[in-house]
Design a protein around this ligand. Sequence first.
Ligand code: IMP
Ligand code: MG
Length: 181
Amino acid sequence: MENLEKDIDEVLITEKQLKEKTAEMGKEITKDYEGKNLMLIGVLKGAVTFMADLSRCIDLPLSIDYMAVSSYGSSTRSSGIVKIIKDLDISIEGKDVLIVEDIIDSGLTLAYLRKTLLGRKPNSLRICTILDKPERRETDVKVDYTGFKIPDKFVVGYGLDYDEKYRNLPFIGVLKPELYS
Ligand code: IMP
Ligand code: MG
């Protein structure tokens, strides 16, 4: 990954750490959802990588669907105005829904999603994220499963992008600030 790594200041979370944490989270979810009707909902496109890994660490029957939302604002900050670009294909009524996210930053995207999905009568609704930037929170949103808490830095890799690039980096890295400021 030499060509991409030259744009990275610092590796924050290694591939190995991601793998171990995902396995740990999968185990916990397996325990918590035994006998339930689990449905994983991934938020496109950032959560795709984590979803692929996490779902393979959950030893239960489950369904998977994706939603795409857009939040208006600059590319490195969310505005809180969220629009559904692609809705779910499967009904969530009566399901035990787990939203799978790449990162929770302001929390505005999730607060909106949570409210919208709760209106569709799932049996339960929880939130799972691989990354959390608690310092940036603008709204109170309860996160049930968190992989890593990270400092307020713009990160890429493991699904996370800057300008649609770097999603294929296998680790989480801090992008060189001169590339976006
Ligand atoms: P929130 O509504 O501010 O919580 O926005 C969350 C969304 O913003 C995530 O799903 C990401 O797509 C994006 N985001 C927030 N922080 C970062 C980051 O450090 N790198 C890449 N994308 C980010
Ligand atoms: Mg994004």
